[in-house]
Design a protein around this ligand. Structure first.
Ligand code: SAH
Ligand code: SF4
Length: 351
């Protein structure tokens, strides 16, 4: 007796529009159905197939039987005391969990989304790095985090304005899924998020930055720099031993040349480690002639790292050096510290 074949469930958020078109063509549907379904998913943010009233009943039934919209399951929620930062712990299909954060600042509604469960890079100060690498997220799992907050906001008459790939994981170490997710979010006949409202934050994987520069995108590239000498950066960020600062800055120059976009540099101020005037001067020297902006943020203390956030006085001395060299910077407040937003690493882009 032959075994019944079990049709694996298709997660629709993993599909781009052409893939959806070929799926529905295989099902004998007219060509315009894929666009209709796409709009239900990314414009109307549907949560069930019964809502898709312009699709024939038979198609809705087949979709319900063989596909899923990929709604993440919220297993825990924390909200900062000021109500402006909300973190969800989301359970994925295989039981793994990732954190995803919504930050409200004036008119911005920014989702800080994860690209991996854990991270293999192992930066000393980072809570995600401290947990090690578990697996890559699929493009659908990345997209679903943004859709989740978009639905929450829409229910309150509000909307998601920005997405930062700055949650758990290194997006350029999960390159294809991260890029596919970005392309899905900016699709003009779908979710239609402005490219300039998306920021990808990377520890600085040089070959992947070069590749990203050639994607024809207008997203913001953020580099987690944290140190301006190889000696110090080698200690904080293990990949710096592979791609030193010279190669990293060369890739950043290429990125600005090819995209016309300025590059952001992230700098978590760690008392007595990278908050010295020498580091500030080295940073200014590195940035000479580069279209750049520095985002300073006091370190979020994490369990396995002894470093402390810099004091007000040390921050003032550091920023005075930057001002002397006319380096554009923003000193960011730590958002959602009381809820460890973003696995002790949250932050920014909420200027
Ligand atoms: N892997 C990517 C994106 C995720 S980390 C990257 O490293 O850029 C998001 C940001 O949080 C990075 O700038 C990272 O350096 C920073 N970060 C991590 N741990 C932190 C901490 N304890 N305090 C402040 N910033 C932290
Ligand atoms: Fe990974 Fe970024 Fe954390 Fe470094 S800072 S361990 S690259 S998530």
């Amino acid at each position: 007796m032959s075994q019944p074949t079990i049709q694996p469930t298709i997660q629709l958020t993993n599909y781009d529009l052409p893939t959806l078109q070929s799926l529905l063509a295989d099902w004998g549907q007219p060509a315009y159905r894929a666009q209709q379904l796409w709009e239900w998913l990314y414009v109307h943010l549907a949560t069930g197939f019964d809502q898709m009233t312009n699709l024939p009943q038979s198609l809705r039934e087949r979709l319900a039987a063989e596909t899923a919209i990929g709604l993440p399951q919220v297993v825990d929620t924390a909200q900062s005391a000021d109500g402006e930062t909300r973190k969800h712990l989301l359970r994925l299909e295989d039981g793994e969990t990732v954190e995803t954060v919504l930050m409200r600042y004036r008119r911005r509604r920014t989702a800080c989304i994860s690209t991996q469960v854990g991270c293999a890079i192992g930066c000393a100060f980072c809570a995600t790095g401290q947990m090690g690498f578990r697996r890559n997220l699929t493009s659908g799992e990345i997209v679903a985090q943004a859709l989740h907050f978009a639905r929450e906001l829409r229910a309150k008459g509000d909307r998601l304005t920005n997405v930062v790939l700055m949650g758990m994981g290194e997006p350029l170490a999960n390159y294809d899924a991260s890029l596919a997710a970005i392309r899905r979010l900016i699709h003009p006949r779908g979710f239609n998020l402005g490219q300039r409202h998306i920021t990808l934050s990377t520890v600085g994987l040089v070959p992947s930055i070069e590749r990203l520069a050639g994607e024809g995108l207008q997203i913001t590239l953020a580099i987690s720099l944290h140190a301006a000498t190889d000696k110090l950066r080698d200690q904080l960020i293990p990949t710096n031993r592979r791609y030193g600062l010279d190669a990293l800055f060369e890739a950043c120059y290429h990125y600005t040349e090819r995209t016309g976009r300025r590059v952001s540099f992230e700098w978590a101020l760690i008392e007595g480690v990278n908050d010295t005037p020498e580091q500030a001067r080295a940073l200014a020297a590195r940035l000479t002639g580069l279209l750049a902006h520095v985002n300073l943020i006091p370190l979020n203390p994490t369990p396995d790292y002894a470093g402390r956030p810099s004091s007000r006085e040390r921050i003032a001395a550091f920023t005075a050096e930057l001002e002397r060299s006319r380096v554009p910077y923003t000193l960011r407040v730590r958002r959602g510290v009381d809820i460890q937003a973003g696995c002790g690493q949250l932050r920014r882009l909420n200027e």
